[in-house]
Design a protein around this ligand. Structure first.
Ligand code: PLP
Length: 277
């Protein structure tokens, strides 16, 4: 990561500066997006652009660029950084203004930043991980990909402190998602994941896995499931852009089924990897 796209310019990262009065810094008033690039090709570009647009629209920030303009920026960064596999990070805040005021002025100029980090797509058999069941303490608009991630960070810290890789969150016994991933369970050969409502971020890896499963005639249900369903599952896995599909072998001290990567999870990992090349 040496080059940053910042408000229309490409600058070395040491020279990329934003105002201390930026509302992203003062209020976490902004949106972000994370998009993987495989072999020089952005993965699910249209879907990522739509999610960015939806999140900006939800908080009333005018989209600074069209999808076509974002693609030009991405391609410029890819060629400048000479990267084949990468993760594109986009950050858009409502902008900077002084004096500080919770109420933003109308028609603010957003602060717009994008950069790439090198990415090594997962290979080999992913080892099943341990996750920790925690209460979802976040706000009620988790469908917005907001930079306001303090709840997610506190939960991630808490799960890490108990030796888990990620929290698995629930609200009153209903499983939602992780700090930075979605969850699936398999029960009696059926794939079940919580619905894309306001309690979760509709992950695009989640979406892709659902599409792959339907194409492979795996039964799929987008439906809430309980923590009891989680403990009784035949398989469980998490999804995210940077980790793709990771089997879950253990929730707290409870082993899920036999703790190994189950056959449906294995099949989906194979399909996912075939689809990205
Ligand atoms: N849920 C949350 C809270 C996330 O932060 C993320 C990704 O960062 C996801 C789910 C997974 O989304 P995606 O598959 O688009 O990476």
């Amino acid at each position: 990561m040496s080059l940053i796209y910042l408000n229309g310019d490409y600058v070395p990262h040491e020279q990329a500066k934003i105002s201390v009065f930026d509302r992203g810094f003062l209020f976490a008033d902004g949106i972000y997006e994370v998009l993987p690039v495989y072999h020089g090709q952005p993965f699910m570009l249209a879907e990522h652009m739509q999610r960015l647009h939806n999140s900006l629209h939800a908080v009333g920030i005018t989209p600074p660029h069209s999808p076509a303009e974002w693609e030009v920026i991405l391609r410029h960064l890819l060629s400048a950084e000479q990267l084949d596999n990468a993760i594109l990070y986009i950050q858009v805040t409502r902008g900077a203004e002084f004096p500080r005021n919770h109420l933003p002025s109308p028609n603010m100029q957003p602060t717009v930043m994008a950069y790439l980090v090198p990415f090594t797509p997962p290979t080999g058999e992913p080892a099943p991980v341990k996750v920790e069941l925690l209460e979802d303490i976040r706000w009620l608009r988790c469908d917005i990909k907001s930079v306001s991630l303090l709840g997610n960070i506190l939960l991630k810290l808490q799960s890490t402190a108990s030796g888990a890789q990620e929290p698995i969150l629930h609200r009153a016994g209903r499983v939602t998602e992780g700090a930075s991933c979605n969850y699936f369970i398999v029960k009696d050969n059926e794939l079940i994941t919580p619905p894309a409502d306001e309690l979760i971020l509709a992950g695009l890896t989640r979406q892709h896995v659902l599409n792959l499963a339907r194409s492979a005639h795996i039964k799929v249900r987008e439906q809430a499931f309980s923590t009891a369903d989680l403990f009784a599952a035949d398989e469980c896995f998490m999804t995210s852009a940077t980790r793709e599909i990771i089997p879950v072998g253990q929730v707290g001290n409870e082993v899920i089924a036999d703790g190994h990567c189950g056959p449906v999870t294995q099949q989906l990992i194979k399909l996912f990897r075939a689809s990205r090349s």
